[in-house]
Design a protein around this ligand. Structure first.
Ligand SMILES: [Ca+2]
Ligand SMILES: [Ca+2]
Length: 320
């Protein structure tokens, strides 16, 4: 099987320059007609009646096809993709949080090493506290759910929505993505000059192959199996103590899983970091294509960046 990945990112600024700027009532930089075409249906359960620290949501296209489910419990975010909802999930990716730790970088490689850990906050096999579920209706009518759980000093927030919605990074979250935000508040730092490291493990079922998307960004990984794909992308910049700074990540580039990722933040007590997990949906990509009337728009720019302005991703699976 060869998977060709075409992440077509539309350059709406260029479209605007061409005089084709569509209305954008919610100011997320995504034309509302595109949002209309790609709008999905969300259902959620679990919170708070069943368990205020568990979250389950299901997102599907308006015709009921192309579903994905997001499950959170005990430090794990599970994204299950069901291109055919009548079938079991074709691909399931689990992001299991492992630890948040302060480390003293004795060998100066910028990464936590053996014997360098100071304060360690375990994030696996521990109890999380309820943080709440917020449901909002955005300016364009999008329904969005934000679920938060706490493991002080860390809060984890999951975001899903029926339409594109703004994100702090400036890259709108698409309706086939779940936003994962880590909010660290007042980490009790011990030794000056150290760093904070977040570790998590990514695995897939069936066992998939990890890779960079073709032409892709260093901050994106693609898990492919069963001719489906789920990607993980993380912001390379955060704002810490009011300053924009770059995070250092040690991320496996390829090979069979599970895969352990380490993200290193500066030595500051309070910051936020955003990631996104998304499905490479052919159905979403087809709906994202401009309608025939727009094809004649002279400026139509596509790039291969998954994490571009808007993701309209296509997986192209060719069987030999
Ligand atoms: Ca919009
Ligand atoms: Ca929107």
């Amino acid at each position: 099987m060869r998977v060709l990945f075409l992440g077509a990112t539309l350059s709406f600024l260029l479209l605007a320059a061409a005089g084709a700027w569509a209305s954008d009532v919610d100011h997320d930089l995504v034309p509302d007609d595109l949002e209309d075409r790609t709008e999905r249906v969300l259902a959620a359960r679990g919170f708070p009646a069943e368990d205020p620290t568990a979250f389950y949501t299901r997102s599907e296209a308006r015709d009921g096809a192309d579903a994905f489910e997001v499950d959170w419990s005990d430090g794990a975010t599970v994204l299950s993709y069901l291109p055919d909802p009548a079938e079991p999930p074709a691909l399931r990716v689990t992001l299991q949080l492992l630890s948040l730790s302060e480390f003293e970088d004795r060998d100066g490689n910028g990464l936590p090493g053996v014997g360098e850990a100071r304060t360690v906050v375990a994030l696996q096999d521990v109890a999380y506290r309820p943080g709440g579920l917020e449901e909002v209706t955005l300016a364009d009518g999008a329904r969005a759910l934000s679920f938060t759980v706490l493991r002080p000093p860390l809060a984890v927030r999951l975001d899903v929505g029926t339409r594109f919605r703004s994100a702090d990074s400036g890259t709108a979250l698409s309706p086939v993505e779940v936003g994962i935000r880590f909010l660290v508040d007042q980490f009790s730092l011990a030794s000056r000059g150290s760093g904070l490291a977040l570790q998590f493990r990514v695995s897939s079922e069936p066992q998939g192959i990890l890779g960079l998307p073709p032409g892709g960004a260093e901050n994106t990984r693609l898990v492919t199996a069963a001719r489906q794909g789920i990607y993980l992308a993380w912001d390379e910049r955060i704002t810490a103590d009011g300053n924009a700074t770059v995070v250092v990540s040690e991320a496996p580039a390829e090979g069979p899983g599970p895969w352990v990722f380490t993200v290193v933040y500066p030595w500051v007590p309070t910051f936020e970091h955003a990631l996104r997990l998304g499905v490479l949906s052919t159905s979403h990509a087809a709906r994202s294509a401009p309608p025939p009337a727009d094809v004649s728009v002279p400026v139509f720019f596509a790039s291969f960046a998954v994490t571009g302005v808007v993701v309209a991703a296509t997986v192209w699976a060719r069987r030999r």
